[in-house]
Design a protein around this ligand. Structure first.
Ligand code: HEC
Length: 329
């Protein structure tokens, strides 16, 4: 015999599962808008067996690219009035923040004068999230303000990361004083996805290398033809077929020259996009981290082709032919 409440629960559950599946399917761009809003009620009570419920609890992709953009220029992405304190002047002379002078407090509530990191997490931890062990560490680009924590190695939980980002920790500012809790959660989710390999990881795309310009070298294993294909399909609409339609970084780089000299940064931009611009994450959203890393490596290796993606009118030097950063590409 069936209890009336039981049927109701089943319908509610099926509806919820339908919603989740539809959401997952939407991300794959295959969800028909005419999908039935309500699943037909299950024919037999067997459908409510816990095993049946567990079987449909498929992983649902959670987009993390927004957390990555907040890891970079959070004020630009959130359109907040914030001008970081000028690190070159002795006084605190920025705008916005809890002291309205472009500084943020430390864990004790005291203002941290900008040592040059502009309160951006990408500066504290580097574009590879590895802090002092990574690209901004003493062994490589040697930024004085780099944080000691390697976000990809430390084994603290996501909740602990949220806590540290909110309250401040060591030389980390208390971001809770300027960012809403949702933004901090998005940043933490981004970091955890990269750490756990659910999103692209820097070590799957390039290697740290003390003796080479900018201290990195691209990994082997790129499919250059696949990279050209992605660029033609995904980038050329905004950046032009040869990547010179937009001067990047205020006219200093073309897509090609940026890729050839800044792979350690470009992988991040491909994963997260560029704050406050229409450029969002460019890696396949329904793929696992390995497939995302492969896609990023393919794109960056393809950009090593200086004939196809020239420097154009960009004002900064390109990497010379045969530059080690491009490895064999
Ligand atoms: C919807 C348009 C759009 C798409 C698609 C797009 N971009 Fe962008 N991209 C932009 C804009 C806008 C900027 C900011 C340019 C500026 O700073 O003036 C930008 C910036 C960049 C930068 C410079 C980042 C920096 O630090 O200054 C790189 C590199 C880049 N894009 C690479 C790519 C690649 C590679 C693809 C394809 C996989 C791509 N973009 C797809 C619009 C786009």
């Amino acid at each position: 015999m069936q209890f009336p409440e039981r049927g109701t629960t089943v319908r509610a559950l099926s509806k919820e599962l339908m919603r989740i599946r539809c959401f997952a399917a939407l991300l794959l761009l295959s969800c028909s808008p005419s999908a039935p809003a309500e699943a037909p009620p299950p024919a037999t009570p067997a459908a409510v067996e816990p095993a049946a419920v567990a079987a449909v609890a498929e992983p649902v992709f959670v987009p993390v690219d927004r957390g990555g953009r907040l890891f970079d220029k959070w004020w630009a992405e959130l359109k907040l009035e914030f001008v970081p304190d000028n690190p070159k002047t002795p006084e605190a002379d920025g705008k916005g923040g809890p002291f309205d002078d472009g500084t943020l407090p430390d864990i004790a509530g005291k203002p941290i004068k900008n040592p040059g990191h502009d309160y951006r997490l990408k500066n504290l931890f580097g574009w590879d999230l590895r802090g002092a062990e990574g690209i901004y560490g003493a062994g490589y680009q040697g930024k004085s303000y780099v944080a000691t924590t390697n976000l990809l190695r430390e084994d603290f939980e996501e909740a602990e990361l949220v806590h540290r980002l909110t309250r401040g920790y060591l030389n980390w500012p208390a971001y809770g004083k300027v960012l809403p809790p949702e933004a901090i959660s998005e940043i933490a989710a981004f970091v955890m996805a990269v750490r756990e390999g659910r999103a692209a990881r820097p070590d799957e795309i390039w290697k740290l290398s003390a003796g080479t310009p900018k201290n990195y070298v691209l990994n082997d294993g790129a499919d250059v033809a696949a990279g050209h294909d992605i660029i033609a399909k995904q980038c050329s609409g905004c950046h032009g077929e040869d990547g010179t339609a937009k001067g990047l970084e205020g006219g200093k780089y073309s897509l090609g020259s940026f890729g050839r000299t800044h792979a350690y940064e470009l992988w991040f931009k491909l994963l997260a996009g560029q704050p406050k611009t229409p450029m969002h994450g460019q890696l396949p959203k329904n793929a696992d981290g390995k497939a995302q890393s492969q896609s990023a490596l393919d794109i960056i290796a393809a950009l090593c082709d200086r004939t196809r993606y020239p420097q154009g009118k960009a004002s900064k030097d390109d990497a010379p032919t045969g530059d080690v950063r491009c490895a064999k590409y």
